[in-house]
Ligand binder design. Structure first.
Ligand SMILES: *Cc1c(COP(=O)(O)O)cnc(C)c1O
Length: 250
């Protein structure tokens, strides 16, 4: 289903899609021996119009993820009652809108971006909740800091006054092989444990990992937030939105 077709998503269609997804998440929690409700769902609404966000929100979903600063800021300004998470690559000239409109940022991979977000966070808002993005599968083309630099970056971010460091995020290379998926997610879980052991005051508690195609493997390895787009909203179409080059998509 394309973005245009889905723009009239009814309340009952939205409820059915969300229900099916929660069944997947709950089954994954049970298989992993984890408590029901230990995984949070971030609904990734990038490229879909605000009407579709409204339909999904009407079913009780509060947290929405966006990849593109301009699109995300526009949507967040229309629904300030929802919780907006920024999950895309961040250019330094786009930090202000993100600092003003988002509750979470999952994709900090260098200190300069963290410093700008902290400086630009409006003082009347609570600290921005942030994760460090780690390049866990070591692909040259993907963003994220190298695993061996994550501890230093976490410590520098923890010193920023208007940020609250929560954990780590990764987008491992796409693969259908469940064993490989789990290996990457396990590496992120272990890295968080190492960082907490090296600096217990950081108290990292969030692993943002798992998408439509690999959320079972991520939940098995301890994901606390799964970021799910197409399994809720359908296939994305970039044809009508030139602000959203498909080339920046993962
Ligand atoms: C698009 C995107 C998602 C959602 O991907 P789906 O495969 O549609 O579930 C999750 N995380 C990030 C960072 C994304 O860019």
């Amino acid at each position: 289903m394309s973005a245009a077709e889905i723009s009239t998503l009814t309340h009952s269609d939205a409820a059915q899609r969300l229900n099916q997804l929660w069944q997947r998440i709950h089954a994954a929690e049970a298989t992993a021996g984890r408590a029901a409700g230990s995984v949070q769902l971030l609904a990734v609404s990038k490229t879909f119009p605000i009407e579709v966000v409204d339909a999904i929100a009407s079913c009780g979903q509060k947290a929405f993820g966006e990849n593109y600063a301009q699109e995300g800021v526009e949507k967040a300004a229309q629904r300030p009652d929802l919780e907006w998470h920024f999950i895309g690559p961040i250019q330094s000239n786009k930090t202000r809108g993100i600092a003003e409109h988002f509750t979470w940022v999952h994709t900090i991979d260098r200190l300069k971006i963290a410093e700008r977000l902290s400086a630009q966070r409006p003082t009347e808002l609570p600290p921005m909740q942030v994760c460090v993005q780690v390049n866990i599968s070591d692909e040259a083309s993907k963003s994220g800091c190298a695993p061996d630099t994550a501890l230093a970056l976490c410590q520098a971010i923890a010193a920023q006054p208007n940020l609250k460091l929560r954990g780590l995020m990764a987008i491992p290379e796409a693969t259908d092989d469940r064993t490989t998926q789990r290996r990457y997610f396990a590496a992120l879980r272990q890295l968080m444990a190492e960082i907490n052991a090296a600096n217990p005051s950081l108290k990292l508690d969030t692993l943002s990992m798992g998408m439509s195609g690999d959320l079972e493997a991520a939940v098995a390895e301890g994901a606390t937030i799964v970021r799910v787009g197409s399994a809720i909203f359908g296939q994305r179409s970039y044809a009508t939105n030139t602000n959203n080059p498909a080339s920046t998509e993962h």
